[in-house]
Design a binder for this molecule. Structure first.
Ligand SMILES: CC(=O)SCCNC(=O)CCNC(=O)[C@H](O)C(C)(C)COP(=O)(O)OP(=O)(O)OC[C@H]1O[C@@H](n2cnc3c(N)ncnc32)[C@H](O)[C@@H]1OP(=O)(O)O
Ligand SMILES: O=C([O-])CC(=O)C(=O)O
Length: 465
């Protein structure tokens, strides 16, 4: 089966799999996310049953031995309806591109970027929520935001030299202490009911992340005491305030965009897949998401946004600010010749400029067109792809999301690069949580693919010849 057929199947699935039906309960009252989900699940169970009955025994493309050795690149192996990644076009959340989400999703009063609350509703239901539903979600998350005292103490006892991502993962793991799902499982809950307590855990998880992320930031960088969550404000405003940037409207808008676009990138990326894999053992969402965070903390994945800034700063200290194209080119070549990757460039799936990069560039053009680091990012965009093409190894010479995010955060004064991946992690929780809820609702089984030894592969084909 050709790649384009895979893509067209993948694109159709989210649109057809979930009916866009009633948004209001028969009483006329606005439905909550959980009520709407409870309506959608039986239909989706039937849909999956029908697809499996009709296509379950059909082959979905050959597996090449190279894919076994090559990080399973391109291997069709997972189901996730929340988002699908096209190599040329980039991500669609439930069939919607980033510009479509920017246009269609509800916004904060006076704001122009989508509210991440709305994106979460879209990921979970496939539907665009009303403004009232989004406000109710902001309030629900604010009400769940407090973290247990022992988790606060855990974070307060971490040495500031412990990487913020390690602190983040540790705190999320510890939230498992109060998991509704783990308790329900111990009490013998039926398989059919799993999604309910998993939903509650996922809501708690997302809600508690600003307090964890804020506490880590203030502890590690000595930024004083954490303020309280405001139940009348949205998630991003609260996160910005806990970080100490809530009075900067543009920064709050940036966070709304940032959390929306970093949330999900189909099912196979390291953080999404790690969460799904661990969740498949019926580990609760806190344990599953801490696995996601540990994957996101790797420099080839989410940590690349930290690496980009470190690389840019190193470049500036070596060749100075406002360096010529020739000097930048030489620096890029020296990175490659040193056996290192150019952070923020290349991708396992994408073959064009990441639309998340483009969305951030457009934000920068609107809010910080004269920023010198933004100018440098533009200069690098004109230089790196040509060099990667000439070097001839990278399949995708274009920038990914991480090439741009740090420069925006730096502009507003969030200059601590080691912290950047924590914000990526807050956002990625939205996608991982949505996926965990649906996996338990659809009864996704334990993941356990088969591994082979090299001796087995060699013998298998020798025997065949
Ligand atoms: C949110 C995200 O996770 S987005 C990705 C963030 N990561 C980065 O920006 C780090 C830099 N980029 C990379 O390392 C890679 O492009 C990855 C990890 C993103 C994708 O990896 P792959 O799918 O294996 O890429 P690809 O098939 O193009 O790799 C082929 C070769 O090109 C190299 N290559 C790929 N991208 C780059 C790059 N940016 N700089 C230098 N070399 C590169 C690979 O290291 C590999 O080299 P090898 O044959 O010596 O092992
Ligand atoms: O899709 C991937 O493999 C990596 C990525 O961009 C993400 O997870 O956001």
């Amino acid at each position: 089966m050709s790649a384009s057929i895979f893509r067209s199947i993948a694109r159709q699935t989210p649109r057809s799999s979930i009916a866009r039906s009633v948004r209001f309960a028969s009483t006329g009252k606005q439905q909550t996310l959980k009520e709407r989900l409870a309506e959608l699940i039986p239909a989706e169970l039937e849909n999956v049953k029908a697809v499996r009955a009709e296509h379950g025994k059909k082959s979905f493309g050959p597996v090449l031995v190279d894919q076994l050795y090559g990080g399973m690149r391109g291997l069709p192996a997972l189901i996730w309806d929340g988002s699908v990644l096209d190599a040329d076009e980039g991500i669609r959340f439930r069939g919607k591109t980033i510009p479509e989400c920017q246009e269609l999703l509800p916004k904060a009063p006076g704001g122009s970027e989508p509210l991440p609350e709305a994106l979460f509703w879209l990921l979970v239901t496939g539907e665009i929520p009303t403004q009232e539903q989004v406000t109710a979600l902001s309030k629900d998350w604010a009400a769940r935001a407090a973290i247990p005292e022992f988790v606060e103490e855990l974070l307060d006892r971490c040495p500031p030299t412990l990487h913020p991502m390690s602190q983040f993962s540790l705190a999320v793991t510890a939230l498992n202490h109060d998991s509704t799902f783990a308790k329900a499982y111990q009490q013998g809950i039926s398989k059919k009911e799993y999604w309910g307590p998993v939903f509650e855990d996922c809501m708690d998880l997302i809600a508690k992340l600003p307090n964890i992320a804020g506490r880590i930031y203030r502890n590690v960088y000595g930024r004083g005491k954490l303020p309280a969550i405001d139940a009348n404000k949205d998630y991003s405003w609260n996160l910005a305030t806990l970080l100490g940037f809530g009075d900067n409207q543009a920064f709050v808008e940036l966070l709304r965009l940032y959390i929306t676009i970093h949330s999900d990138h189909e099912g196979g990326n390291v953080s999404a897949h790690a969460g799904k894999l661990v969740g498949s053992a019926l580990s609760d969402p806190f344990l599953a998401f801490s696995a996601s965070l540990n994957g996101l903390a790797g420099p080839l994945h989410g940590l690349a946004n930290q690496e980009v800034l470190l690389w840019l700063r190193k470049m500036q200290s070596k060749i100075g600010e406002n360096a010529s194209d020739a000097a930048v080119k030489e620096y890029v070549w020296s990175t490659l010749k040193g056996g290192q990757v150019v952070p923020g460039y290349g991708h396992a799936v994408l073959r064009k400029t990441d639309p998340r990069y483009t969305a951030q560039r457009e934000f920068a053009l609107k809010h910080l067109p004269e920023d010198p680091m933004f100018t440098l990012v533009g200069q690098i965009y004109n230089i790196v792809p040509g060099i990667l093409l000439e070097a001839g190894k990278a399949k995708n010479p274009w920038p990914n999301v991480d090439a741009h995010s740090g420069v925006l955060l730096t502009h507003y004064g969030l200059t601590e690069m080691n912290y950047y991946t924590v914000l990526f992690g807050v956002s990625r929780a939205f996608g991982v949580a949505a996926q965990l809820i649906w996996d338990r609702a659809l009864g996704a089984p334990l993941e356990r693919p088969k591994s082979y030894s090299t001796a087995h592969i060699a013998k298998m084909f020798k025997d065949k010849n």
